[in-house]
Design a protein around this ligand. Structure first.
Ligand SMILES: C[S@@+](CC[C@H](N)C(=O)[O-])C[C@H]1O[C@@H](n2cnc3c(N)ncnc32)[C@H](O)[C@@H]1O
Length: 448
């Protein structure tokens, strides 16, 4: 079986890089590769750069499955294995059998016929383990493969594991201090310690949250049967969702939460900004009505309607756009999503998200901030949306979420140690299984 020109060229370049001081970027532009078609040249670049970027991970996958120590393998054999493993683990458009067969041929073409069996056996095992991830953890292959590509194999495995179990039930206790500040003296609300005692008396055991000091995890008992829950002093809310709402900050006067229902984040925002009027909007009247019922906080005004038609100017000093999204960060809670979602849905959602975000950006006052968030793990709905919105409205700059998270650590509200692990570039990025919560993305942008 002939080896495709792109793979043969990648094999040659990778061997040269290992045996000389050649630079990959220079070799890829060598004149003898100019005759490759644009798509073959694209694949050549992807294979070479991908193998070089992921060599550590590829070698560990090969070492786990090889009968011979990596250090003992001939360089040609190891390079054929790395090329095959990279395609199996990272390239969803390359059929896996082609990746295996062509690596076997590459080893043979380098006069390593005797190693062809080993290349075949190791790559088949890697192929099976990649499939196990789909089958064993019961996720559609296209989702698993894109997570491996975006977050790496270990994170993808953790996401799948997390999604296959009922997530811990996180609760939030109403910020009693903020409520007391607003109270007239007649409506004093019991503080968190008192609420915890109440829950214990009603046989609900909780333990402190892992991300936030305002959060607790239910260990046993039915929190929905308690008086505190009925009186809306205790809410069920994922810790990642609470953290996103905290990025809206404190001290504002006029806040818009424009995709608000059922209102988990609205409530956090309203309590942390007791002096502000919080306008909570949702497209669907029945969802807006639900928000009104679930979040009876006095500084919230609820509107049913489409944010794209909101007849207001740039008058909000803080806006939260918690956009409708694929929800791939919440598959432990909503497992049906993974079987419904199609790859092409992501760009359709992106178009809608950009439209909503761009409209909302027009409503921010000078010096004000907008927070864009989703519970999606997919860059199309996150980083790409921010990029597209900023390309049109140049009055905004991205604020590094690191500063916001460090402030929350300093105030004792964020108790998670690794601020770094919560960041992807300047954005908040929680990953189910890596963090004790759903997968949330958030970007903060400030208007000049
Ligand atoms: C991710 S959910 C919001 C969750 C909510 N922020 C929370 O924390 O409880 C997105 C919401 O956006 C609403 N929505 C969708 N399109 C909208 C639009 N054009 N204008 C206003 N709301 C919209 C949906 O009805 C849905 O309730």
């Amino acid at each position: 079986m002939p080896v495709s020109p792109a793979r043969a060229a990648a094999f040659e370049v990778l061997l040269r890089i290992e045996t000389t001081d050649a630079y990959a970027s220079e070799m890829l532009h060598a004149s003898r590769f100019a005759k490759l078609s644009p798509s073959d040249h694209g694949l050549l670049t992807e294979l070479v750069m991908g193998v070089l970027r992921w060599r550590g991970l590829l070698d560990s996958k090969i070492a786990e499955r090889s009968s011979q120590a990596i250090a003992k393998l001939d360089l040609e054999v190891l390079t054929a294995l790395r090329l095959g493993a990279y395609q199996i683990l990272f390239l969803d458009r390359v059929p896996r059998h082609a990746a295996v067969n062509e690596s076997v041929e590459l080893a043979k073409s380098a006069h390593k016929r005797s190693a062809a069996g080993l290349v075949n056996a190791v790559l088949r095992k890697i192929e099976r383990s990649a499939s196990d991830l789909n089958e064993g953890f019961s996720h559609p292959e296209w989702l698993v493969e894109r997570w491996i590509r975006i977050y790496g194999l270990e994170a993808a495995r953790k996401i799948c594991e997390y999604d296959q179990n009922a997530p811990a039930q996180a609760i939030r206790i109403a910020d009693a201090k903020a409520v007391e500040l607003r109270s007239t003296g007649r409506t004093r609300v019991p503080g968190p310690t008192r609420v915890l005692d109440e829950l214990r008396d009603e046989r609900v055991q909780v333990e402190p949250g892992k991300l936030l000091s305002t959060a607790f995890t239910v260990k046993s008992g039915d929190v929905t049967a308690t008086k505190a829950f009925r009186e809306r002093r205790v809410m069920i809310q994922d810790e990642g969702s609470q953290l996103v709402a905290m990025l809206v900050g404190r001290g504002s006067k006029k806040i818009l939460d424009c995709c608000a229902a059922p209102g988990g984040k609205t409530r956090v925002i309203a309590e942390r900004n007791p002096e502000a009027v919080v306008v909570a909007m949702d497209l669907h009247p029945q969802r807006a009505a639900l928000l009104k019922k679930l979040v009876p906080t006095e500084n919230i005004r609820v509107i049913a309607g489409d944010v794209r038609n909101l007849p207001l100017g740039g008058e909000f000093d803080r806006i939260l756009v918690d956009a409708p999204c694929s929800g791939t960060g919440t598959l432990a809670r909503n497992p049906e999503i993974k079987w419904r979602l199609k790859p092409e849905d992501l760009l359709r959602l992106q178009e809608y998200q950009v439209e909503i975000l761009r409209t909302a950006m027009k409503l921010v006052s000078r010096g004000g901030r907008i927070v864009y968030s989703t519970c999606s793990l997919e860059p199309e709905e996150n980083e790409a949306v921010i990029q597209k919105a900023l390309a049109v409205d140049t009055a905004f700059q991205v604020v590094d979420c690191r500063n916001e998270l460090e402030d929350l650590r300093a105030s004792g509200e964020l108790v998670w140690d690794g601020v770094d692990s919560l960041l992807r570039g300047p954005f908040l990025r929680t990953i189910p299984g890596m963090h004790p919560c759903d997968g949330f993305f958030a970007a903060v942008m400030e208007k000049e």
